[in-house]
Design a protein around this ligand. Structure first.
Ligand SMILES: [Zn+2]
Length: 146
C-alpha cells in the first residue's frame, strides 16, 4: 500500500467519467489521446502528464458508454463508405469522390463526439474483477439481511 502511494504521488490519475482524482484502470493510448497530448505539448503547452483512468465506481457506466461509442462509430463508418460507393455509382467522377470522401470524414468526426477510449483491461482486469464480485456480494448479503 505504501508503495502504491509513492507511485500515485508522482503522477496524478483522474477518472475520465466522473472527473475526480481517483485510481483505476488506465486508458489505452490511441490516436485520439495521442492527438490531444500532442496539441497540449506543442500548441497549448499545458501538458500535465496526468494518468487518465476509469475508476471502479464508474466502470459499469464506462462499459455502457464504450459500447455505445463503438456501435455509433461502426454505423457512421458504414454510412460513410456506402455514401462514397453510391456517389461513385451515380456519378463516377473525381469531384464526386472528393466530395463524398469529405462527407465520410465528417461523419467519422461526428462519431468521435461520443468518444470513449479503450481501457487496458487485459492487463488490469484481474484486480478489478474480485472487487466487482465483492461489491455485488455485499449487496446481495445486505438484501438477505433485510
Ligand atoms: Zn469515476
Amino acid at each position: 500500500m505504501l508503495f502504491d502511494g509513492a507511485i500515485m504521488a508522482s503522477r496524478k490519475s483522474y477518472c475520465i467519467i466522473c472527473g475526480q482524482e481517483k485510481d483505476g484502470i488506465e486508458i489505452e493510448n490511441d490516436y485520439v489521446i495521442s492527438t490531444i497530448r500532442w496539441f497540449k505539448r506543442n500548441i497549448t503547452k499545458n501538458e500535465k502528464d496526468n494518468k487518465i483512468v476509469v475508476c471502479k465506481e464508474c466502470y459499469p457506466k464506462y462499459k455502457v458508454l464504450r459500447k455505445r461509442f463503438e456501435n455509433r462509430q461502426k454505423i457512421y463508418i458504414t454510412l460513410g463508405i456506402l455514401f462514397i460507393i453510391f456517389g461513385m455509382i451515380i456519378s463516377p467522377r473525381v469531384g464526386t469522390l472528393i466530395v463524398t470522401v469529405i462527407v465520410a470524414i465528417f461523419l467519422y468526426l461526428l462519431s468521435l463526439l461520443s468518444y470513449t477510449p479503450k481501457i487496458k483491461l487485459d492487463v488490469q482486469a484481474a484486480p478489478l474483477q474480485p472487487h466487482v464480485a465483492e461489491a455485488s456480494n455485499k449487496r446481495s448479503n445486505k438484501r438477505l439481511k433485510q
